[in-house]
Design a protein around this ligand. Structure first.
Ligand code: MSP
Length: 504
């Protein structure tokens, strides 16, 4: 089994502050990274900002600032957001970082020397807002981009092109594997692009300056996608003197997961593999192209202006509450919704009523009936313990294929089973009737299952996890996948914490 893991998010445009959509992708990556660490992997988690291009240049001008000054302030907000959302990345790459700029120029030169990039001219319809040349299918009858609604402009200029068309067969073979998920996205790419007219991609511009100049011709700056996509390897030291990280995290022995939103699937599933193949590097093991968070029936986006601010949500509720909603309520294979009502309903049902109640009832009973400490007994044959152990395996299977939403629901179902077990076994009646052995068994089984539930939710509930475990009388840092099934020595439970207060 591979024991190194590399996970990336898109690098986001600092053309404004981030919204819930960006928090969605980054939280998915963070949770999977934390899960992999728990599973014994060496992990590298990359996120960052995509700072070049015409749109940023324009925004900076509107704000009377040089582009770098302009992006500096916004990127600071990105970093602040990731901090309060408990995003534990290993590097935040900025495309204005010196090492990235140097490496991108080298990548360009390499591809030019291999004749995979050639000088040419480009004519076409271009969307400034999305920094993308558009195909007929991407515009309505009046040449407005169907995604952002902005009008595309006519464009003709000197450019260098990447020979994508040469790689049709390579891409067709690649698309026979499972590297791109979900399945419908694969068909879309094959039908609309790969099996259709696979065109070469323009990779430089002469019409603006805010970008990486190529060594060969200073009039040209690199068109954002070649610059942007390269971040995933320049961050590891590709084309730099020290490429230890690259050897470790972009090798055949590394499991590479790249998470993106579906609107940038074409760039990541077609141009990116072509670039990697041309540079002699492997394609990622998985490109997970998730759906959108909608507002009404439209994509939540800065350019439409219908966005929710994650900072407000974290301040009002908590980072764990937001992380939980993202993972549990927004399965990656569909579009999803984010409204206050849905958020509160999910929190109250799953965290306050199901888990919060379970933990507080069980710890109260352990305190009340056994003075906070249960004598150690063997419960390994109990049906609900077996259920708990099965849940661990089911959860792992789902997490290993990055199905984090279903994995979470499997854990929540164990919580419901435990609550039902309390109702059915009536510990308060057992205590009244003096059935101490039975009472001890019931509470021991519940205590153990709460440990399992809490541990499986640890990658999501970063802040609450320690409290959940302490509430059961254990030290949070001692638990791992190797010992989770052991019969622990519990400490005396003294505290009564409220872990998930119902939102009114
Ligand atoms: N800079 C490019 C990506 C370059 S990657 C080499 C870019 N940036 S972006 O700021 O527009 O961010 C796009 C990404 O943000 C999406 O791919 C997705 O990860 C996330 N999302 C933005 N809005 C979203 C939703 N409404 N719903 C889900 N994800 C969203 O594109």
């Amino acid at each position: 089994m591979k024991k190194t893991f590399y996970v990336t998010t898109p690098i986001y445009y600092p053309s404004g502050n981030l919204h819930i959509g960006h928090a969605y992708t980054t939280t998915l990556a963070d949770v999977v990274a934390r899960y992999k660490k728990e599973s014994g992997y060496k992990v590298f988690f990359l996120t960052g900002s995509d700072e070049h291009g015409q749109k940023i240049e324009q925004k900076a001008k509107e704000n009377n600032l040089p582009p770098k000054k302009y992006v500096d302030q916004i990127v600071k907000n990105f970093i602040d957001l990731w901090k309060i959302l408990d995003i534990d990345y290993d590097r935040f790459i900025r495309t204005t970082d010196e090492d990235h700029i140097f490496a991108v120029k080298e990548i360009f030169t390499d591809l030019l020397e291999k004749d995979l990039i050639y000088p040419s001219t480009y004519k076409g319809k271009y969307c400034i807002s999305c920094e993308e040349f558009l195909t007929v299918e991407q515009m309505d009858e009046t040449f407005h981009h169907t995604i952002c609604g902005k009008e595309a402009i006519d464009f003709e200029e000197e450019t260098y092109m990447l020979r994508v068309s040469k790689f049709q067969k390579y891409l067709q073979e690649l698309f026979e594997t499972n590297f791109l998920e979900p399945e419908p996205r694969k068909k879309e790419m094959l039908n609309n692009f790969i099996n259709n007219d696979l065109e070469d991609l323009s990779v430089t511009r002469v019409s603006f300056n805010w970008g990486i100049q190529i060594n060969e011709n200073p009039k040209h700056v690199i068109y954002v996608w070649l610059d942007a996509l390269s971040n995933y390897i320049t961050a590891l030291g590709f084309k730099s003197k020290n490429d230890d990280l690259l050897k470790k995290f972009w090798s055949k022995d590394t499991e590479i997961l790249q998470i993106i939103g579906k609107e940038i699937t074409r760039f990541h599933s077609i141009y990116w593999p072509v670039m990697l193949h041309s540079l002699g590097l492997k394609t990622p093991d998985k490109l997970l192209s998730h759906g959108w968070i909608l507002s009404g029936d439209k994509k939540m986006s800065k350019s439409i202006g219908n966005v929710l601010d994650p900072i407000e949500i974290i301040k009002k509720y908590s980072s764990d509450a937001l992380r939980f909603y993202i993972i549990n309520n927004l399965p990656t294979d569909k579009d999803g919704s984010f409204t206050d009502e849905l958020f509160v309903e999910s929190f109250n049902n799953n965290l306050a009523n199901n888990l919060g109640n379970l933990i507080s009832r069980v710890s109260n009973m352990i305190i009340k009936y056994f003075d906070g400490q249960l004598p150690k007994i063997d419960i390994s044959k109990h049906w609900l313990i077996k259920k708990g152990f099965e849940t661990i395996e089911e959860y792992k299977k789902l997490m290993d294929v990055y199905n984090m939403s279903e994995a979470t629901q499997v854990v929540l179902r164990l919580g419901q089973e435990c609550n039902k077990f309390i109702e059915d076994s009536k510990p308060w009646a057992l205590e009244k009737e003096g059935k101490t052995d039975e009472l001890l068994e019931v509470l021991s089984v519940l205590q153990k299952n709460i440990i399992i539930i809490s541990y499986l939710l640890k990658p999501i509930l970063v802040k609450t996890y320690p409290g959940m475990i302490e509430q059961m009388g254990l030290k949070p840092e001692l638990i791992n996948f190797n010992n989770i099934k052991d019969n622990f020595d519990y400490d005396k439970i003294i505290n009564k914490l409220v872990l998930f207060e119902r939102i009114k």
